[in-house]
Design a protein around this ligand. Structure first.
Ligand code: TYM
Length: 331
């Protein structure tokens, strides 16, 4: 039986955090046995904001190590640095000629990112088209992401459908299905329960990184924002208590249990007691990952092999797709 393909990616900016782990990597790990899997380190996306060249290059290697440490098996799944496969950028250009400016200006992530920047570059605006190219180049059926990427995926679907219609080439590009887990698809900042936890947030205290040590984890959870009430008695209370909801969500997600069960476990207790338990759980789950990251980073030759292998396999798929695409559009 032919397996369906899943594809996803993360920008190598900042440090991978538990938001990325719970929203993306944990799912990737669980799915890779059942699907042809492609996991990208999207360095071309990362240069939409200023990067120090040497740091960016190192981060690509480090993110590869972090994917593997989170359980991605490079013998089974393809791990690919986006810029190693030039066809991503080539397809992006073609797709950008089919994408309306109005659609791109409605992207909420563009609106919020551009609010904080002085010089908004064109790459930041057309960034979702590059994401569509990543997905459509490999005919991905499913794209597992956190809920913040849903709008970008809808755009990828629209672009695929428009291409097929305009060029009368039914199903040449496959409109991908988003795969957004139902629970905890959005982990929030430890400093503000209304703001997404982000690997590029300037405040280190806003997130737990996958390479944080035990002291850092305990300290960050201790300092995490909470309200003054004891932990809630039921789920209805969570609507007005975003920080409580987030911390309970992180606990539930790491422990693979429903938020209802977590509430039952801690209802009426105070935050200091819960935070101790949460910090221990985070350490239990994250420490093995961070020691594996350290080990892998010492073996640069292995990481290079993984990436060369990924690039070679990607090139086979990508060059065939671009060859056919050129025929279709008259290039
Ligand atoms: P990026 O790098 O911002 O995030 C990578 C993945 O992590 C998820 N995520 C979260 N999930 C839950 N809670 C959070 N706080 C949180 N923060 C991040 C994101 O939803 C995402 O799944 N444009 C994409 C990268 C990309 C891509 C692709 C994804 C480029 N090409 C093709 C899928 C397919 C991005 O910037 O993700």
């Amino acid at each position: 039986m032919i397996k369906k393909t899943i594809l996803s990616g993360i920008q190598p900016s900042g440090n991978l955090c538990i938001g990325n782990y719970l929203g993306a990597l944990k799912q990737w790990n669980q799915m890779q046995n059942d699907y042809e899997s492609i996991f990208l380190v999207v360095d071309l996306h990362a240069i939409t904001t200023n990067q120090v060249p040497a740091d960016l290059r190192n981060r690509c290697l480090s993110f590869t190590a972090q994917y593997i440490a989170c359980g991605i098996n490079p013998e089974q799944s393809k791990i690919i640095i986006q810029s190693h496969v030039p066809q991503h950028a080539e397809l992006m250009w073609v797709l950008s000629c089919l994408t309306y400016q109005g659609e791109l200006s409605r992207m909420t992530q563009y609106k919020s990112k551009s609010k904080n920047l002085k010089n908004i570059n064109a790459g930041l605006f057309t960034y979702p088209v590059l994401m569509a190219a990543d997905i459509l180049l490999y005919q991905a059926d499913l794209v597992p992401v956190g809920s913040d990427q849903k709008q970008h995926l809808e755009l990828s679907r629209d672009i695929a459908n428009k291409f097929n219609l305009d060029f009368n080439s039914k199903n040449f590009l496959i409109a991908p299905e988003p795969l957004i887990q139902k629970n905890f698809a959005r982990i929030m900042s430890l400093k503000d329960g209304n703001k997404k936890m982000s690997k590029s947030d300037p405040s280190e205290l806003s997130r737990i990184n996958l390479n944080d040590n035990v002291d850092e984890i305990f300290n960050k959870i201790k300092k995490a924002k909470t309200d003054t009430q004891p932990l809630p008695e039921n789920e209805n209370e969570l609507a007005s208590r975003p920080e409580a909801e987030n911390l309970l969500g992180i606990y539930s997600s790491l422990n693979d249990q429903s938020i209802k069960n977590t509430i039952n476990e801690f209802s009426g207790k105070n935050f200091s007691e819960f935070k101790e338990k949460l910090a221990s759980l985070v350490v239990d789950k994250i420490s093995p990952i961070s020691s594996e990251i350290k080990k892998l980073l010492k073996d640069e030759k292995f990481i290079d092999e993984v990436l060369n292998n990924g690039a070679q396999k990607a090139d086979k798929i990508a060059s065939a797709k671009i060859k056919n695409l050129k025929k279709i559009i008259g290039l």
